[in-house]
Design a protein around this ligand. Sequence first.
Ligand code: IMP
Ligand code: MG
Length: 473
Amino acid sequence: MSTSRARYGVGLQQMVAAANAGLTLRRTCNAVAKAMAKSMDVNGCRVLLLDAKKGYLTTVGAFGLSDLYLRKGPLDARKSLPEVLQGTIAVVAHAPTDVRVQHPEVAESQHVVFIAAAPVFKGKDVVGELRVYSKETRTLSSIDEEFLRTCANLCGVLFERAELAQFQERVTQSSATAPLAGSAPQVPITSLRPTEFAHESEAEFAHLLDFYQIEWLYEPRSFPLAWNGDGVSLMFTPDFYLPELDLYVELTTMKQDLITAKNRKVRKLREKYPDINIRLLTRKDFAGLLSKYGYGPFGAAKVEGVGPVLYSQTQIQRRVRSLARRISRDYVGKRVVMVGILKGVMCFMSDLMQHISLPVRIDYMDISHYGGDGEVVRIRRDLDSSIAGEHVIMVEDIVDTGMTLNYVLAHLAAHKPESLKVCTLLDRRVRRLANVKLDYVGFEIQDEFVVGYGLDYKGEYRNLPFIGVLTQK
Ligand code: IMP
Ligand code: MG
């Protein structure tokens, strides 16, 4: 008993020293995890942060655990040792067979047998966990438990300090835009962002997803692709997982020859894990993603003008009439409400409705656009009248990643329409991230930025009567 007290004394000293060394949160937590594992004489330890909104646990620091174990997949806080979130210590005597362990097969392959977890508190709320792992089963004495709780409390202090630092940084950055009185944002239990991105474009992509309020996890899973005897010889860790869309995204801003190697890995992953959805976004894809906001790497590019005409006025009119005929047939005997998103949809919606032979009501929404400034998507102008019990057709100019539509459809569905369908003039399926169902599609287009017939680049070209490709110098 006295020996463990002495060891714990040394361990605490080391942890406090690390906490005072002015390191990043990640490095401090790594040091805490190491001191923790050493003093408790276990094989590994990790510090986890709970994202209360998303319901996932994210690793903030770790020691002694394999990459395969650390990135065994998204850790759902409700499924993985849920009692810790109630504030109690959880002890797992045999991880491979315990129902509270979310990925028992990985525990087995990585020889994790014993797990003990303590809650990390911020006030009365649980904001994270401190977990220790051992290859052998053991029991926790009351002194062990006390130590675990003490170290978890230290992690709570570290989290709060990091959160404060991040908050101050944000305030200094945006001191010009003080919040309006009476519109205080809802403060989450913790707003701490634990992720350290490997690359600037990853941070940008995360911002974009945040804007559209699409959940993301950074590198939550490593996929073994090849084995060498007992060990894994080739592994692939996609950058992002988007749980709502059940999609992994690998961002690559690298040179073409490296992309070829990446492509090979992605192909292998698809072969070995056919149920996994993964998208590879190249530098060009990513630039394209941001360019439509007149922002990002393409935003600064000089626009030369409008190149080839993709669809002439006549072609567009013919297609619009045929869509209107289909809609009129499908909704015969009913009345519909057509909802458009400003401003790109103006031309299309006005032509479309003139050819629909049903009672039609129209309404518009306007939503804010991504500016990379930490804002989230906002409805600037909502519908004029209720759509409850109505047959609603959401009309779009173009569906690209699908993130806009994903957001707007969720908003409209909450108003309980009788039915909700989507009609878009253009569908750029090759860039889709959010898998939204499109009921009526005018044309499917390839990976080119288009303008005209309502579509703009930085506010211009909407008045062209045809759809053309924007060319850049
Ligand atoms: P998403 O959210 O990525 O699907 O983007 C859809 C929105 O981006 C559309 O409503 C358009 O306003 C805009 N957009 C996407 N691609 C283009 C384009 O090629 N030209 C002009 N606007 C575009
Ligand atoms: Mg639009």
